[in-house]
Design a protein around this ligand. Structure first.
Ligand SMILES: [Zn+2]
Length: 409
């Protein structure tokens, strides 16, 4: 292919004769307000080997020549593309520019698939920050959470009077906040709810949803909406954020559990316990009145009430600095042991961060979806914590590389 091979970070609107080497991370049809409309453009999210991502758009007259070369997950070379300023609304990824394909665009599948070529791109927004994007057209939102409930897909009337298929899931973040996510149209049918429910009976379902928008009518009726631009990654072991969402811990002493010779063993010297429990990563903020720091404690997911009850208590912690935050201006710590508990303090050291912590969980917006079948809660795993083998669509949450097959997307 002729042209200058460049990275996505090197693209300039006036530049031409570019060739890019990218993976097609996402692809969806944009039909405007209703899926029954004619396709307005075919949309792509592309990632290069450095992990830079960009939005690309294919106008209807170029779809016939381009589409057959395009498939999510494929790595391709593209030439004869145009680079423009990014749109100001509904940004999918952060990039000052976007790519427009045309009927002369040349697309060739790469003949090698380097193992470390990035697959996914997202910028996670914490649940507590979502409210500021209510009805915002600025950008699409990406979130991570544990799926704690799911409904069947059902046909309901939208606010504009159209009959639309919807499926509701409930996501829980690391602080226990629960958020509703409503998939609409084709995406509601494509989401394999039965499979999620089945795997969810025995394993955690950790999901990243990308390309969603914050919807709602009132302050207390907010939910995430996902239509054609929405996409999800469920229990994907090659996504560090999903892997980091939880870990295994010894039921006796809380130490990490490792897989050795097909059995789980506690990493504490002398401990022979092979039983483990899943633990959530609980971030919390502590202050001694002079400085405020974020801590990380892995706590059993069955006891969120206890974790909440920690707020306002005084402790002496023995901590270790989390490696990835070691160079950060405000490093995070993992609590290894609680050395001393002083109980609830009548007066807390002054810290503005407590306001953030006390915001509480997102309230349900179920009232909006009265026509939908009830949500089916997904319980935790079985009591013996046996990990089943991975199944066809959604992997169980095997955090160890040694077991399970890696799913290619
Ligand atoms: Zn142990």
């Amino acid at each position: 292919m002729q042209g200058n091979l460049v990275l996505l970070s090197e693209l300039q609107p006036k530049g031409h004769n570019y060739v890019i080497h990218v993976r097609i991370s996402r692809m969806w049809e944009h039909t405007g307000t209703s899926e029954k409309n004619d396709i307005k453009h075919l949309d792509l999210v592309l990632i290069d080997e450095k992990g830079t991502s960009i939005y690309a758009e294919i106008p209807p007259n170029a779809i016939p020549t381009c589409k057959s070369h395009l498939q999510e997950g494929k790595i391709v070379y593209m030439g004869k593309i145009t680079v423009e300023k990014a749109k100001q609304y509904f940004k999918v990824v952060e990039h000052p520019y976007m790519i427009r394909l045309n009927k002369f665009t040349v697309i060739m599948e790469a003949n090698t698939y380097p193992e470390n070529f990035p697959k996914y791109t997202f910028s996670l927004t914490p649940f507590s920050n979502l409210t500021q994007y209510l009805r915002s057209k600025e950008k699409f939102l990406d979130v991570i959470g544990k799926i704690v409930a799911i409904s069947n897909a059902a046909n309901v009337y939208s606010s504009s009077g159209d009959l639309i298929t919807r499926r509701i899931t409930k996501l829980q973040d690391l602080s226990g906040n629960v958020l509703e996510l409503s998939l609409g149209g084709k995406r509601a049918l494509e989401f394999d709810g039965d499979e999620v429910l089945r795997v969810g009976q025995q394993n955690h379902i950790i999901a990243i949803f990308v390309g969603t928008l914050m919807k709602g009518y009132k302050e207390d009726q907010q939910f995430l909406g996902g239509t054609s631009a929405c996409c999800w990654y469920i229990n994907e072991k090659d996504i560090p954020e999903i892997k980091a969402f939880q870990k295994r811990a010894c039921t006796i002493d809380n130490h990490n559990v490792k897989l050795e010779d097909n059995t789980f063993t506690c990493t504490k010297q002398g401990c022979t316990n092979s039983k483990f429990d899943w633990k959530y990563k609980i971030p919390f903020i502590a202050t001694d009145g002079t400085y405020t720091l974020e801590f990380m404690q892995y706590d059993f997911m069955q006891t969120p009430a206890e974790v909440l009850a920690y707020i306002g208590h005084k402790f002496t912690f023995i901590v270790k600095v989390l490696y990835k935050s070691i160079d950060a201006p405000e490093p995070s710590f993992e609590v290894v042991v609680i050395k001393e508990k002083f109980g609830k303090q009548p007066i807390l050291p002054k810290s503005e961060v407590y306001q953030v912590l006390s915001m509480g969980s997102t309230s349900s917006t179920l009232a909006l979806h009265e026509n939908l079948p009830p949500l089916i809660p997904i319980g935790s795993k079985t009591s013996d914590h046996q990990v089943t083998q991975p199944i066809k669509e959604i992997e169980n949450m095997d955090l160890d590389e040694e077991i399970g097959n890696t799913k290619q997307v």
